[in-house]
Structure formats: C-alpha cells, structure tokens
Design a binder for this molecule. Structure first.
Ligand code: NAD
Length: 364
C-alpha cells in the first residue's frame, strides 16, 4: 500500500519521514492542513508494530487536529507527529533534540507539542534547537498544564447539555458516571460535585480514585462496572473507543460528555446513539479547552505578548457557542452530532482555504 492509497490519507498537504542515525530517531510528521494557519498538534511516542501502523496513526491524528483546531475557531491548521519507539526505555535528550531538528526543517509550518509518551521536559529538549514547539511550562508565554482548561470546557459542555435535557442551570439531582480521574478527570470531578452532581467514579489507579472520591463525596465502582451505572450522564475521561458495540447496550445515560479523545469506536456508533435519543457532545468539541490554552502560548509568542487568560476565556465561550450550534443543527437536520461537528469544521477549513488562495493570488 502506498501513502496515497491509505484509507487514512485525506488530502494531507505534507507527510515527512525522518531518520537520525546517531540517536536512532524514527519519526513521521504529517501536516494535514495549513489553511487556517501553521499546523499545530502533539507528538506521540509509541512502540508501533510497524512503520505502516505509525503512518496510519499520524495521518488519522493530524486530520483530527485540523478539525479540532477549526471547531475551536483557532487560527491554526492541523498536524501531528509520531516517534517510533518505547517512551519508557528509549527516550534520551539527544533523541528529542534530533526530533527538534526534524521539526525545524519544516520552517514553522508545523509546531509540535506533548502527546502520549511525550512530556513537557521532552518538548523543552526540542526547544533547544527549534522555536517551533509549544506547550512549555515556563517563560512569559508558557501555557503550562492544559488539563484545568480542558476540564473547564468539559464542565461547561455538561452544563449546556443539562440545560437542554433537564432544563436546569446546575447539576443538582443528576448522576454522572465518570471513567478516569487523572489530570482532566480530577479537576472535572471537583467542578461537577460543586455544581450539585452525584458522582460515581472509576479508575484503574486505586490510590488516585480513593483520593478524588473522598473529596467529592463520590461512590466508587470497579473499572468495568462503570458502563452499568444508572447515571444521567456518562463522562469518559480515560480511554478512547469506549463507546463501542460491547458497551452501547450497557450505557443507560441520556447524555455523553467527557474529555477522552476518539470516544466513538466507529462513526456508526454515533448514529446509533442519535437513534436512541442519547445526546452525544462530540469529544473534540468538548475537550478543545486544552488546545485553546496551547494556542494562547503560540499567539503570545508570535505577537511578543504574554499568556492571556482573557483570550482563553473568549475562545472557550466561543467553543460553547459552537457546541450549541452542533446540538441545534443535530435536532433540526436530524443528523448525529459528530457529523454536524465534522461539517462545521470542514466548512471553516474550506472557507479559510478560499481566503488563503485569494490572498496568494493577490500577492502573486
Ligand atoms: P491521564 O492519564 O492523566 O488520566 C487518565 C486516567 O484514566 C488515569 O488516572 C488512568 O489511571 C485512568 N485509566 C486508564 N485506563 C483506565 C480504565 N480502563 N478504566 C478506568 N480508568 C482508566 O490523562 P488526562 O490528561 O486526564 O486525559 C484524559 C483523556 O482526555 C485522554 O483521552 C486524553 O487524550 C484526553 N484529553 C486530555 C487533554 C488534556 O488537557 N490533558 C486534552 C484533550 C483531551
């Protein structure tokens, strides 16, 4: 199979493979779209079974970033990078500097950030050789940990859905079944409890689970039992693909609002949720707070300003307007929410591409 025949190839602008003999770096950077600005997206370090598997992943994830950045109305395109290797045993500072040099060759059309297997310290190594990285923890621009902003976005999305389904401004009397109380889930649990929700929590990390449950007065269940909880809202905040043929019949919640990426195992699950009348708040709309936070860092860097919480707030409010639009259109057009979110992202990318083409034509 060639790149262009891959089912995950979707008019990507550029796909770049890098090898560094000295450090053993094997990386692929995919730039899906720069229509809305420089492509921004995380770097995943994963022990892929083959280069073909890594290529599939980076193609799929980079397109996802174009859509996520567009629905968050950020002036950023979509890209992603993967480093083939075991993040527990094969990480070295030199490897990330070699990766930074690879990013640098793209001349700023792609900015790398953290993702699975890649930490703030790794990005800081890459920063030593290129300015084209974001997600740093220090300096006037540094946006730090995105998790609290992601949690705030998921929380506000929960309120939007509660208002529509139960006509209430807070979460009093509603039960939320939360899977995962990590970086985002922990902050989210605090916010949901404060807004009156009764929480049923699970996590594979028992220590963390007990700690969050104690401070939020929550009930605790075993990891697999979370799908059977009689809850009003299911909040997946751990893994992807938890909405799948095996779990669908077990979930009785009327709404799904959570932080996890790629919650639908396949798009037809979104259709089935819609047919059952379950309100699925699309994952990449709901969890856009984190990328908004990162975008603020990039903006500060480009304009010579500082991290600006007011700008983050403005973008987060705009994201909630987009969620309202997704839910409105899903009801009037009788189409699942994930399809509407994709349509909004595609329209915004396509409009930006037209504008970019016009600008380039005028400049020529
Ligand atoms: P995290 O690793 O801090 O938290 C995930 C939690 O899920 C951990 O506590 C882990 O023990 C738990 N977990 C793992 N497997 C589980 C299982 N089978 N059952 C129950 N719990 C399990 O990650 P995070 O940063 O909180 O991110 C959570 C999700 O949100 C991820 O899918 C991530 O991709 C997505 N997300 C995060 C951000 C962000 O700002 N951190 C932004 C957008 C999307």
């Amino acid at each position: 199979m060639t790149l262009f025949d891959s089912p995950s190839f979707s008019n990507h602008e550029g796909v770049h493979a890098f090898f560094d003999e000295k450090t053993g770096l094997k990386a692929i950077i995919a730039v899906h779209s720069t229509a809305r600005g420089a492509a921004v997206g995380g770097t995943r370090m994963w022990n892929y079974g083959s280069a073909a598997e890594a290529l599939e992943d980076v193609l799929r994830l980079s397109k996802g970033m174009s859509y996520k950045n567009a629905v968050a109305d950020l002036e950023m395109g979509g890209g992603k990078s993967v480093i083939i290797g075991d993040s527990k045993t094969q990480k070295t500072p030199e490897l990330f500097q070699a990766f930074g040099r690879a990013v640098h060759t793209l001349g700023g059309c792609y900015y790398a950030a953290e993702d699975v297997g890649v930490s703030v310290a790794d990005v800081a190594e890459a920063r030593k050789v290129t300015p084209y990285v974001v997600g740093l923890s220090d300096g006037a621009w540094g946006s730090g940990d995105p998790s609290p902003v992601t949690a705030e976005g998921v929380f506000r999305s929960t309120l939007v859905v509660a208002k529509r389904l139960w006509k209430q401004d807070d979460l009093t009397g509603l039960t939320v079944a939360m899977q995962g109380v990590g970086h985002v889930g922990g902050y989210l649990a605090d916010k949901l409890a404060k807004a009156g929700a009764k929480l049923v929590l699970t996590d594979v990390n028992q220590e963390l689970l007990s700690e969050v449950a104690a401070r939020t007065n929550a009930e605790v269940v075993a990891p697999d039992a979370i799908y059977d909880v009689k809850a009003d809202i299911y909040a997946p905040c751990a893994l992807g693909a938890t909405l799948n043929p095996q779990t669908l019949d077990r979930i009785s919640a009327k709404a799904v609002v959570g932080a996890a990426n790629n919650q639908l195992a396949t798009p037809d699950i979104g259709q089935r949720l819609f047919e059952r009348g379950v309100v699925y708040a699309p994952d990449y709309v709901v969890n856009g707070g984190g990328i908004i936070n990162v975008a603020s860092e990039l903006k500060a860097r480009q304009t010579g300003g500082a991290y600006d919480p007011a700008w983050v707030e403005k973008k987060l409010s705009r994201l909630m307007e987009t969620l309202e639009e997704v839910l409105d259109r899903s009801a009037t057009e009788k189409r699942p929410t994930h399809e509407i979110a994709d349509a909004i992202a595609e329209a915004r990318i396509s409009a930006a591409l037209d504008e970019k083409t016009d600008r380039e034509r005028l400049a020529a």
